[in-house]
Write a protein that binds this ligand. Structure first.
Ligand code: MN
Length: 481
């Protein structure tokens, strides 16, 4: 169970009575948030000295369950006391600018009330020192019962869960990146330093050995499950059984290597009869990350976003084809096979069809259309001197007409602020053709996650203006040099 620590700052100026009240109120707020933000909220004793602040931050660092700390100023807590503690804390920080008392009691207010309820005063001193130290944190403003404020904390908690999982996130690469492709490359050491993800190579032969060890009985049991779950529209059960073996073998291999994400490369399938299609889709549906063509960055990002979204409506995706008819412009996203069925809308069919590339037998795959609704498309690229997360808000739409000959799963979307400018911004930012599409997450999740990791994040949304966007990219280049 993940938990976040709720740390209230104060000082000894106000006397024991006031501090007792501060502690009681902190417990009430923490308990209220505990039920609502998606993690256990642990209320720590009120901190009133530099030594106490440093000590609690050290404890937070050492606590394996703790994924971040929330700080709150009921009163004023001089910020020089916080310098050492803020240097110490290595976990994500959220400053909650809230006040215990919601309404100002105009007819009753006196100096006693002001001394106890002075969050406006304390917040400014508190955040000043973050600004001075260039210490990143999320600022959330509002009463602690305000739904919007609680949702902002909840979003941060989801991002913190994925960030905390970083050092446990291992990507198993079967083969290298696809030959000649630029955007799937990157510095694995930078990625591990910033995000914790470790990315390791395994020969495809290691997987083939695991596949050969799967018995027909084991595979047939899984084929029976497929028949119960999907609409099977092929007689080629042998081809489906082959993918069942891949699914079992991949899961065993990932478990043995402590990996939660993997890549394949259709140029490197030595010993495999099919490109893993159905098997990759099934593993993604179980929460594993996946990247095609050796794209380990997107494999890991898929896994991270599946943690953030608790594995709902989040899929590996690829910008594939445009509809450029005026007024109907949209992007059709798909992949050769590997789209996660957590984004499926309606019936999911299981079919076996030839694959134009890859020089292998026709692979089994799940085919479906995707939901309509608001979503984000996210790409992680390496610009040589830094990582950049690109997050675009999009509107997913139902395809205007059926596509009976398309033998793969797909999703269709219109980028914001409009097709032309959305695509233009993505291209200017160097966004990849591979991405992660999520209906469950918002740009706030990605912004919070990037802030925790200390990496650049550019957002393309309803407010994007190309001239401003280009300027932002230029400033980013200067700032991240
Ligand atoms: Mn691809």
């Amino acid at each position: 169970m993940s938990n976040v620590w709720f740390i209230t700052g104060s000082q000894h100026l106000y006397g024991d009575e006031a501090l007792k009240q501060v502690a009681e109120d902190s417990e009430i707020i923490a308990a209220y948030l505990n039920d609502r933000v998606g993690a256990k909220v642990v209320c720590t004793p009120v901190v009133t000295t530099a030594a106490e602040i440093t000590a609690v931050m050290r404890q937070a660092n050492a606590d394996e369950e703790c994924i971040g700390v929330i700080t709150w100023m009921h009163t004023f807590s001089p910020s020089k006391m916080w310098i050492d503690g803020l240097k110490t804390i290595a976990k994500p920080v959220l400053h909650f600018s809230t006040q215990f008392n919601e309404a100002l009691p105009y007819s009753e207010i006196d100096m006693d009330f002001m001394n106890l309820n002075q969050s406006a005063h304390g917040d400014r001193e508190h955040s000043h020192i973050f600004a001075f130290m260039r210490k990143s944190r999320k600022e959330v403003v509002g009463h602690w019962k305000d739904e919007e404020a609680i949702n902002e904390i909840k979003t941060w908690v989801s991002a913190a869960k994925a960030f905390a999982n970083g050092s446990a996130l291992r990507v198993c690469r079967f083969g290298d990146n696809m030959r000649d492709v630029a955007v799937t490359e990157g510095n694995k050491i930078t990625v591990q330093e910033k995000l914790g993800w470790s990315v390791d190579y395994y020969g495809i032969g290691d997987l083939v050995e695991e596949i050969n060890a799967v018995t027909n009985a084991e595979a047939d049991k899984l084929v029976a499950e497929y028949k119960n779950t999907y609409t099977v529209v092929t007689d080629d059960i042998d081809a489906i059984r082959e993918q069942a073996k891949y699914e079992i073998a991949l899961e065993r291999f990932l478990s043995k290597t402590d990996a939660t994400a993997f890549t394949t490369n259709f140029q490197d399938l030595y010993g495999l009869k099919q490109l893993p299609g159905l098997s990759a889709q099934r593993l993604m549906a179980k929460g594993y990350g996946f990247g095609a063509e050796g794209d380990w960055k997107t494999a890991a990002l898929t896994r991270a976003m599946k943690i953030m979204s608790e594995n709902t409506a989040t899929a590996f995706m690829e910008d594939y084809t445009y509809n450029l008819v005026k007024g109907e412009e949209a992007i059709l996203g798909a992949h050769m096979l590997e789209v996660c069925p957590t984004i499926a809308d309606g019936e999911i069919t299981l079919d076996v069809q030839p694959l134009g590339i890859g020089d292998r037998e026709p692979p089994a795959r799940l085919i479906f259309g995707s939901k309509a609704g608001e979503a984000i498309v996210v790409s992680l690229v390496d610009l040589g001197n830094r990582l950049r997360l690109i997050c675009a808000e999009v509107e997913c739409i139902s395809t205007p007409e059926p596509m009976p000959k398309l033998p793969v799963a797909s999703a269709m979307w219109k980028p914001y602020p409009d097709f032309k400018n959305g695509v233009k911004a993505w291209l200017l930012a160097g966004g990849a053709h591979h991405s992660v599409l999520s209906y469950a997450l918002t740009k706030e999740h990605i912004i919070d996650f990037a802030r925790m990791a200390g990496i650049e994040c550019v957002v393309i949304d309803k407010d994007t203006k190309i001239s401003d966007f280009e300027l932002k990219l230029m400033l980013g280049d200067a700032a991240w040099k």
